[in-house]
Design a protein. Structure first.
Length: 21
């Protein structure tokens, strides 16, 4: 979810670091 990454970029990295990479 690109929109979620933009809204919670820092949180997304902590929640799903594998998907962020």
């Amino acid at each position: 979810p690109i929109s979620m990454i933009k809204r919670n970029e820092q949180k997304w990295v902590k929640i799903e670091p594998l998907q962020f990479i």
